[in-house]
Structure formats: C-alpha cells, structure tokens
Design a protein around this ligand. Structure first.
Ligand SMILES: [Zn+2]
Length: 245
C-alpha cells in the first residue's frame, strides 16, 4: 500500500473523460502505465507533475504483474520545462522517450536506465548536445538488448587496426576484410567518436560531453544499427531530423 517511486513521464495520452494515461519509466519498477484521474480539470493538482519529460515522485499501490495503476499522488522533482522552449529539444525528447517505450520490455527493472534517462533529459533541457543525448540512450538500449557493436577489433579477423564500420556486420572492420562487408566510409575522427560512445559507462558521461560534440550523422549510425539488429523503427526520429535540418 502507498508505494513510492521516482519516475520520468515518457508520454501522456488521453483517457476517459478528464483522465490521462501516462507511461512512466520508474526507478524501482521499470515502465508503468498510470491513470491520472481528473488531470484535465482546472483544479487538478497533478497536471504539472505528470507533464512528459518531468521527473516526479509517484504514490500508488504496486501489485506484481498488474499492467495499469491508479495514481494516488504525484509531486514534481525536476520540471525540465525548458524542453518546451524549442521544437529541436522537444523532438529530441520524444525520440529518447520512444526509444525507451518501444525497445525495453515493460517488466525490465533497471535503475541505471532511469538515472541515464534523467541525466540526458536534464542535458536536453539545458540544450547541451541533443545529438549526443540521443546517441547515448541508443547505446544504453543496445546494451540492454545484447546487441552492442564490436568496437574492439575487426569483427572478421580480430585485427586491432581497423579502418571502417560495418553496421550490417555488427562493428569495426579492418582494411583487409572490408571488401567482404557493406561498410560506411567514415573519417577516423567519427570512428573514434563511435568507439568512445559505445565504450562509455554512465560514470564517464560528464567527460564525454567535455571531450567532443555529436551531430546527426552520429545519431544515424546508432539508429540504423538498432534498426538493422532489432527491427525497431523509431518513428519520431524522422520528425526530429526534419526539425533540426
Ligand atoms: Zn579483418
């Protein structure tokens, strides 16, 4: 009774009457679907704490294997309201939220995923390298799904001197092997960035943001890798591309 969790609102959709259904990435329970009653009434105390991309504290009754919960109370912890200042930031957050919503099983409990999502949304809120934010959530999702690109050596022969990236092949290839694969012709600098992003742990993120910046081409590489190896198509990514171009 009266279970409490921190959660990030991934999306909000209309429900019956004045109610809303929110999808929440919670710290303790994974993804949750929560009905917020009366949210569209002027007197609702939950309208700001249930806005997409905020981090809030939720009180509800948790039951194992239940799919939808009724909200008892919520209070805002991080509002991230600057996300709504620009279409770029808003569409980047929609991409991050959709990646988590579509590529993680509902019962997957991962408090680090919560920490990472919370960290990245704060970066987007402050307009800090929204491209790197998208790359980093994609890398985390690839790791959770066990489809991490091989960036240590050539995927074919193990040579540590690599010359290109094969998205289909699953990682780096050396000069001698690249004729056997579909590969991307990429500058050395982009290959290095790709390796850094894949190798980075959550504790390294502050350093990464100081070290270099990302762009749409970096996002494309990880997004295409996810698509090729999991079949997932993130629809909001096309809208994001239109908004930043
Ligand atoms: Zn090779």
């Amino acid at each position: 009774m009266n279970d409490t969790t921190l959660g990030i609102i991934l999306k909000q959709s209309e429900y019956k009457n004045n109610d809303a259904l929110i999808k929440v990435l919670s710290k303790e329970y994974g993804k949750l679907s929560i009905v917020v009653k009366g949210i569209r009434k002027a007197t609702s105390k939950n309208s700001s704490s249930c806005m997409p991309f905020c981090t809030s504290e939720f009180i509800f009754d948790y039951k194992y294997n239940q799919s939808i919960y009724n909200l008892k109370k919520s209070s805002i912890v991080t509002n991230n309201f600057k996300i709504y200042d620009s279409l770029d930031k808003l569409s980047a957050c929609n991409v991050i939220a959709q990646i988590i919503d579509t590529s993680i099983p509902d019962m997957h409990k991962d408090s680090e995923l919560f920490e990472i999502c919370d960290y990245l949304l704060k970066k987007v809120n402050l307009n800090v390298d929204i491209y790197m934010c998208i790359c980093l959530i994609l890398v985390k999702i690839l790791k959770i799904n066990g489809i991490v690109p091989n960036v240590k050596c050539c995927i074919n022969c193990g040579n540590e001197v690599i010359s290109s990236l094969s998205l289909q092949g699953g990682g780096f290839v050396c000069k001698g092997c690249q004729k056997d694969f579909y590969f991307e012709s990429l500058a050395v600098n982009r290959l290095k960035k790709f390796r850094y992003l894949v190798m980075a742990e959550y504790k390294d993120y502050d350093t990464l943001f100081e070290l270099f910046t990302c762009d749409l081409e970096d996002c494309d590489l990880f997004m295409n890798f996810l698509k090729l190896h999991s079949g997932t198509n993130i629809k909001s990514y096309e809208f994001f591309k239109d908004s930043v171009m």
